[in-house]
Design a protein around this ligand. Sequence first.
Ligand code: ZN
Length: 697
Amino acid sequence: MLELKQITAHYGAAQALFGVNLQVKAGETVALVGANGAGKSTLLKCLIGLITPSGGQVLLDGQDVTGRTPAYMVRQGVALSPEGREVFAELSVEENLQLGAMALKLNRSEQQTRIDEVYQRFAKLGERRQQLAGTLSGGEQQMLAMGRALMAKPRLLLLDEPSLGLAPRITDEIFAIIHQLARSGTAILVVEQNAARALSSSDRAYLLANGQLVQQGASNELLNDPALRAAFLGAASHNSPEASRLGAAGLTNIRLEKPDMRQQNFMPNFTTEQQLKDHQLAGLQWTLHHAYEGSSFYREQLDAAQIRPEMIKSLDDLRRLPFTDADDLRAGYPFPLRAVPFEQIVRVHASSGTTGKRKVLCYTQKDLDDWTDFFARCYQMAGVTPLDRIQIAVGYGVWTAGMGFQLGCEKIGAMAVPIGPGNIDMQIQFLIDFQSTVFCSTASMALLMAEEIHRRSLADKIAVNKIIYGSERSSVSMRRKISELFGGAELFDITGLTELYGPGTGIECPDHDCIHYWGDYYIMEIVDPETLQPVADGEWGEMVVTTLCKEAAPLIRYRTHDITRIIPGACSCGNPLPRHSRIKGRSDDTIKFRGVNIYPSSVDTILSEVPGLGSEYQIHLTRDAVSGRDHMRMVIERGEGIDDNRNAELIHEAGHQIKKQLLVSAELELVAYGSLPRSERKSQRVFDSRIEDDIVE
Ligand code: ZN
């Protein structure tokens, strides 16, 4: 009945259609599917005469009708129910229906007969015949648009996006009516983004992408065709994120299949250091303007330092900016650093701090999208794919951890097992029953699980091949032990903090000697925690971060108190993103003992190097009330299977190494493997009970 031959169309100089061929036979339902902007609506407009094609032919019953007016087409039995309904809001339902037959110049009684037929088909319209169309719901307006098209008693009904913006329940109703129309013999060409729906309710289908047909055939075959799935999803969910967001809400595009990992890349597209620096400078300048204009806190702070945003001309100018710190966040409670109006804030998170007020951070939708994207990048760097099953054993709630791991997992298209921390029996049951391949937790929790798996001899019953852990230090021996007991899983240390979106701001790469951090989202400086002067690349110091595109709560030179160092040069893994060492500790949990600063991680390292010692230990610091001298006692677990008759030898060796490397003396005590408490959150290892005179009243 209808045949399109080599249709091309232009909008000005831009070509929208490239030689499209399409047929609709009498009584047939044909679907034309494709992403937003693929050219579907343009094709319909060419067909009905709203646009004159720049090439090709429209044939109706073999007659050339190319470029004929819409009114002519209606008289030939072709009617369009347009995208977005286009009902006349100020006219009643009945008046809208009358317009549908205007081109036919019907007599009054024939017109009324047809209106009654529409009311029979759409009972809801009958109930609302005198109501203004603008007051109808979206679903009712869609019915009205279809009813108006049916007034022409078309042989061929064109439906442009009938389900667009409708709730799934209403979409069901609309498609049931389309099905009835098809059974009554009306040929239908339905244009839809909702590919699954369109394919499952049509005889044949065409897939349009970028103005060209890329697939056609029987709908039930296409529905199962991997090529169509890949092409369609590629167009809708990757190039057109807004379409897939609606899709996630069940409104337009139903995902037929998980996204293809080969099409998903969350790595930045820069290749040289200079490109990254240019990007960072632009981001820094944006952040300064944004913070200065949007946040009273930053405006005051920058004014006090006599800095105006336009004074930032190079990355070196970063050093002129004042620092911010956790105290600034607490002082600004409950919405510190806020730089956008409240109506743009879509979420808050808070730190799990127990003392003082919590640090609260707010997020715009863009902030959440950015966070989601770079968390997906973490999974990508760790080699996680949509085939993985990620058991997320970190906390869900007002803190950022669980949410970050979850969003990134969904973004990359893997299967999430969102379980939260603790609950060891359920964790183990799910590892076995669901065959989770990736386990995410704190290092302490991972150790706890590893030992439990070992105790129950389950290593060969689970499928975990990657462990992504973060939020606390981990020693080399602890990592080795976790990996072994999990049956050889690969470990990835992930970084992050609530103030800087949340977890996922960097991750260990597959070469395992560093953390790659997302220099396209934030600038990292390393400063001496005492003098606050920047240190040279490669030297240890405190990490200070400045965000480049964070909207709701930007960070300018925020002191993280994490101790690390920048690793200069390119990584052996080939990824161009900059890197730092694994976090060594926090500048504020350094142990000060007899004038020596000790990072707890140094203790981890020393104990890992003594064969026969386990990874768990406690440090107890006390002060002699009489002499005022500080005393350090270390309780260390022996390694598994190590007999207590080796105590003397091990104490001697560990004591020697501590003295040599930390320059302090400690009293050592060895205990049996597994006798120190394990925790699923951060295990407490330092117990400082030295009484400071000046804080005791
Ligand atoms: Zn690397």
